[in-house]
Design a protein around this ligand. Structure first.
Ligand code: FES
Length: 106
């Protein structure tokens, strides 16, 4: 299973094995990782699953759909590496992915 590293705003790091087909958000929620609340359950309607994708990984992810772009506009302090983790589907190619959570999601 691909390993995803989730880094809390305080720097605490969690390396988790996440099954292919789950989203990066679901991997966090199922493993009680703090900082990804996913209030809307993954329907791209809350931005509480906002993460900053590690720079070297960002370009390897599929493009954002327009709904994700719109929702990221409402996220807290988005930057050019922002993604909604509920919109990233885990696959073998993402083994080693690193995401960080914003300070507001502490
Ligand atoms: S879980 Fe709500 S936008 Fe991702």
């Amino acid at each position: 299973m691909p390993k995803i590293t989730y880094i809390e705003h305080n720097g605490k790091s969690h390396e988790i094995e996440v099954a292919n087909g789950l989203t990066v958000m679901e991997g966090a929620v199922q493993n009680n990782i703090l900082g990804i609340d996913a209030d809307c359950g993954g329907s791209c309607a809350c931005a509480t699953c906002h993460v900053y994708v590690d720079e070297k990984w960002f370009s390897k992810l599929p493009e954002k759909e327009s709904a994700e772009v719109d929702m990221l506009d409402m996220a807290y302090e988005p930057n050019k590496f922002s993604r909604l983790s509920c919109q990233i589907i885990v696959e073998d190619a993402l083994d080693g992915l690193v995401v960080k959570m914003p300070s507001k999601q502490a």
